[in-house]
Design a protein around this ligand. Sequence first.
Ligand SMILES: Cc1ncc(COP(=O)(O)O)c(C=O)c1O
Length: 105
Amino acid sequence: MKKIQMVDLTGQYEDIREEVNKSIQQVMETAAFINGPEVHGFQKELENYLGVKHVIPCANGTDALQIAMMGLGLKPGDEVITADFTFAATVEVIALLGLTPVLVD
Ligand SMILES: Cc1ncc(COP(=O)(O)O)c(C=O)c1O
């Protein structure tokens, strides 16, 4: 049976290998792991690319979901409707904030 990948991370990496490796090396050599020049450069480039005033770089998708949901002003117990076919972090963050996940197909 042919394996169908949901996301081709290797293929995506191959397309940007040189740029990614150079940036990682820069971070390692400067030890600027948090809020360093590479992160600020990424932030500015993404703001320009998206045409938005503010981008908040996050360590991972779970953090991004949590920050976005914290900004919505929801109260514990509020219902959040989300897709049932998603990564565990989607529901994990809703529950972490004391909200009630409602899965919809
Ligand atoms: C839809 C979705 N949401 C959230 C996440 C969580 O991202 P991370 O593993 O970077 O925290 C993933 C990860 O694959 C995802 O696919």
